[in-house]
Ligand binder design. Structure first.
Ligand SMILES: O=C(O)CCC(=O)C(=O)O
Ligand SMILES: [Fe+2]
Length: 308
């Protein structure tokens, strides 16, 4: 029985590591390979149809580093207008954001032209880092306010969706460290940390305690907390550099869904408004995405079908 459990643990670690290095995801090779194959298909399609205009270097460096930023005066203008609209709505509607700071109305009611306006600006940048056209799976508007302790996405974590997913955070006002700008660990270091964790799962608890490796707890939230402390320890001991992109309203921070990050923890006296969008590879340009009719509500953490 013990032997079977050991073989199972090895196979599961193998599935995890091949998924991580082959498909850039924590979900394992068996689940993640469909998304990576579809991204490959979209990249080939894009390459054939775009010819020489593609910039493969920006896609490669994005894959390695795990994040990139973009800004333009049009985006700033757009985000300023969106924030003015939110602030005016907030005056008459105290329930505009829920207890978690998520907008309670469908995104389109607040931003009717949101895809078309954003698409024109973001499409070239996102296509260059995705290496293909892109489409949106969901969008959420977040208002982050000061709290006594970090919780949820404010502690170090990786989202763990498909490796083809790019998260985009669009700041709706000038965002500094005090506003709770996002902090990101590069993808190469993130992968190293995930590998140590996967390999330490093969050890017994006492072996792990000895090696001071991260120790899983029975509760999910407790495990997240312990993992966060373990990440902080690793980052400090190894002097890993973490990036914290800050900038004017309209700054777009794109990062790999599986790279380690934390954010949205403003200091007292500060508030942060940001739009979070999840992008996936597509065969046609964003401006022609059928999602514009369907809306961008979050119905699941990630799509079941990569070709949604
Ligand atoms: O609010 C933030 O800065 C972090 C958001 C986050 O963790 C995410 O979008 O996955
Ligand atoms: Fe996250």
């Amino acid at each position: 029985m013990k032997m079977i459990a050991r073989v199972r643990a090895y196979l599961s670690a193998m599935n995890f590591l091949v998924g991580l290095y082959g498909c850039s995801t924590k979900m394992g090779f068996l689940q993640g390979v469909r998304y990576t194959s579809y991204r490959f298909f979209c990249r080939c399609w894009f390459l054939i149809n775009r010819g020489t205009t593609i910039v493969p270097l920006s896609q490669k460096s994005f894959d390695k580093r795990g994040w990139a930023t973009f800004q333009s005066s049009t985006l700033t203008k757009y985000c300023d207008e969106v924030l003015a609209e939110i602030r005016s709505k907030e005056r008459d509607d105290f329930g505009l954001f829920d207890a978690n700071g998520v907008l309670t109305k469908p995104l389109q009611t607040l931003l009717p032209n949101f895809t078309n306006d954003l698409a024109k600006e973001l499409d070239p940048f996102l296509s260059s880092i995705m290496g293909s056209h892109v489409k949106i799976f969901y969008g959420r508007l977040l208002k982050s306010e000061p709290a006594d302790v970090r919780s949820g996405s404010q502690i170090w974590h990786a989202d763990g969706g498909p490796g083809s997913c790019i998260n985009v955070l669009l700041y709706l006002q000038e965002t500094t460290a005090q506003h709770g700008a996002i902090e990101i660990l590069d993808f190469d270091t993130s992968k190293k940390l995930f590998s140590v964790e996967a390999l330490s799962n093969l050890q017994s608890d006492s072996e792990r305690r000895e090696g001071k490796a991260f120790l899983k707890s029975n509760s999910k939230s407790e495990t997240r907390k312990v993992r966060n402390e373990w990440y902080i320890d690793y980052i400090n001991k190894n002097q890993c550099s973490t990036a914290q992109p800050i900038g004017p309203s309209g700054l777009c921070v794109a990062f790999k869904n599986n790279t380690i990050h934390r954010g949205g923890y403003p200091e007292n006296g500060y508030v942060r408004y940001a739009l979070i969008l999840h992008f996936y590879p597509a065969l046609s340009p964003l401006t022609r995405a059928p999602g514009a009719q369907k809306g961008y509500e979050k119905t699941a953490a990630f799509p079941n079908n990569p070709a949604f």
